[in-house]
Design a protein around this ligand. Sequence first.
Ligand SMILES: *Cc1c(COP(=O)(O)O)cnc(C)c1O
Length: 430
Amino acid sequence: METENQFTLSNYQSGLEYAKQQDALDELSSYRNQFHIPKDKYGNELIYLCGNSLGLQPKTTKAYINQELEDWANLGVEGHTDAKNPWLPYHEFLAESTAKLVGAKPIEVVTMNSLTANLHFMMASFYKPTKSRYKIVIESDAFPSDKYAVESQLRHHGYDDKEGLILWTPRKGEELLRYEDLETILEQQGEQIALVMIGGVNYYTGQFFDFKRITKLGHKHGCMVGFDCAHGAGNVDLDLHNSGADFAVWCTYKYLNSGPGSLSGCFVHERHAYDKTLNRFTGWWSHNKETRFNMRHEFDVLPGAEGWQLSNPPILSMAAIKASLDMFNKVGIKKLNKKSKKLTGYFEFLLKQLGEDTIKIITPENPDERGCQLSIQVLNADKSLHNKLTEAGVISDWREPDVIRCAPVPLYNSFEDVYQMVEKMKKILN
Ligand SMILES: *Cc1c(COP(=O)(O)O)cnc(C)c1O
């Protein structure tokens, strides 16, 4: 893999002409026009490299939402059954394209709630601590919300959140996590570990983990295994079903472009689909659709991921997700991935030309171990570098103490975006 990457890197060329040429050759280049690209106060398009934080708005989103607003205006409550896209089964319209996107079966996925909420709902079912087996493993640089969530689960069950939480930590002087170290953790404490919960693509370093390997390892030691795919869904080729993971969650407002605070996706492996004995928090939307409105029936849980829903969902947000998924479905994650590897490789090539003594990329070099995000450490940099980049029209993301995260998103970022970003960085550093 290392050699393949080197080969690719040596294939790139510097200069604006090359960037323009690659855009002209790019079969996905027309998708950029299907997005609203934010502009500066003079009306110039910004270089938006922040799709890992909030994806841009597809131009079709408004029409999808308007459809629901109109149906609501014209039909009122009848819209549940008579809207063009009836609201009662609306989440079902998302199942197939979601499943395709994350490599799952339709019965394994559902769109509901928000991300951290889903993480808790999944843990209500898949974190089942006992007196001797109660610990949770998480990566040391996990997204804060995930860390807070697992800590609070430990406390909720009466365990000490320091003693019960095991951090998978990079070695001294390193940024990336090594599988050998996770293996050691499981060999030494496996019998005490109830759950392995990892950010599938680490939000900070961009490291994309081998789900299958981690799942196999966890299961071998009798642990449940779950992934937070907030930085994976719509970014990398997830193969959730085959990974064997027990559950996964993700948000749809990052790479899935469904708008700020939009709903979350959730995966529950098929092996749990018909298990009615699993403990869970329920509501009327997890109840059998046939008898849901009789209101007096004893609870009868739906099979599959749908059986974890609680409430009737916000249709306006679901409409924005549908707009985005319809686009993803048309492009296909394979094609996106191909462009993503090329575009991110190009970004890496240009950054390396700035001098490896000034710039360090902490994201894995192997294209199969990352998505489109590169996390860049600049020698002696502080937040002022990020501010200058922003002033120069580059929207990126700063993480203390010294990392700039940039994500050239294959759906709407161009080779020229990447070229211009590095040119601006060069100017600022000089
Ligand atoms: C973005 C992100 C979140 C945010 O959680 P919300 O519940 O959507 O606010 C949580 N975890 C990870 C790993 C994230 O990347």
